[in-house]
Design a protein around this ligand. Sequence first.
Ligand code: ADP
Ligand code: MG
Length: 455
Amino acid sequence: MGKHWTEKSLSEMNERDWRILREDFAIVTKGGAVENPMRDWEELNIIPRDLLHIVIHQLQFPLPTPIQRITIPNVCNGKQYRDFLGVASTGSGKTLAFIMPVLIRMSRSSPRPTSLKIMDGPKALILAPTRELVQQIQVEAEKVTKIWSRESNYDCRVVSIVGGHSLEEISYSLSEGCDILVATPGRLIDSLENHLLVMKQVETLVLDEADKMIDLGFEDQVTTILTKVDVSADSATNRQTLMFTATMTPVIEKIAAGYMRKPVYATIGVDTGSEPLIQQIVEYADNEEQKFKKLKSIVTKYEPPIIIFINYKQTADWLAERFQKETNMRVTILHGSKSQEQREHSLQLFRSGRVQVMIATNVAARGLDIPNVSLVVNFQISKKIDDYIHRIGRTGRAAKKGTAISLVDGAEDETLMRELYKYVKKHDPLDNNIFSGGAKNKYNINKEQKNEIIY
Ligand code: ADP
Ligand code: MG
């Protein structure tokens, strides 16, 4: 009777146990007929043996993360393929939470004959907002599919389509077959319009960084893609849409609902230990010269890799040059005006540890998973609080600790500064956040204000 859920067999689990389990992982759901979370990878027999083996023994993830626990039973329990909106912090394993269901569903239908290269298009389409994120998702998926193809003869090919790659290159990469397509919307539309591929059998559509994807600018593109996906009524009825993000605002939630049918909504709360372990520090500096001095003294206290965020591409060059000269640290730059080749090279240098510091714009704010980033500096603070949350989320990933230091000056937006203050106060898992007196004075932040915005 008094046993904890971890000590019980599945058949012994009662409502109270499930409730405690959900509380233990801070899983909150709505949407009706929601399945219970998985207690481990195996128990519910949703994941086929070969995939289980890869996740546990090759990727070496002994247990699912909370978002993985709740997503998998709800989107591929075998009864129905439901739509799903998942909100969970940066670095909490959302990628595998959608890659596993894609593969599980694929494993249930017969594999594409190896000889068949061009066919009715991919079974899964994953959309993400930046080229770097698309390529990272491809790599993550391939970590599983390459082993899967080798050991189970399930020839599953993952292809990415991003801006900056020519149509010839894209056409070539599709020519060997494509079961999972990962893409940025713009380039995918070009490829569809140029008849490089069709999408007649998409079973799973994923929007990673969903709020960004249906935010201004991207929404039209996503809608255009949807009209091209829905060619056969058959695939339309079976298709499921999965959306993931770390920051969902109520407005976006409403728009998202427009894309989905009776979705399950799942949020992983941050109050019970699911929060990324990031120390946040906000410091005041009068001007860029002062900021630069602070920056120099800060970075020497942390182990690379370190990311420095800026708002303007123009800042990147002088900052990189001066920083490199005065610190002897090796620096690379990532922003949207670099050529695709430069972007890939830059990230590659940083990922491989050949350079210690990356100076980047918001292009690097979303989704990038670079292991062991110890420090994120906002040399210029982002204009929106969501971007701030994503930027600092490049550190403190997968239960590791990290630090985020923001340098603010006298010309910041007051509303933003208030939101920032609230956020720093509220999300202090290590109990060591600092919002400097200088910044408080400048922006008249003295007393605690009621939380109006919930992230
Ligand atoms: P998110 O998309 O939520 O920001 P990611 O999917 O990029 O997070 O995952 C962050 C890190 O956690 C990655 O390095 C990933 O390999 C790792 N990870 C994913 N699932 C697990 C797991 N079940 N156990 C341990 N680490 C995991
Ligand atoms: Mg992600």
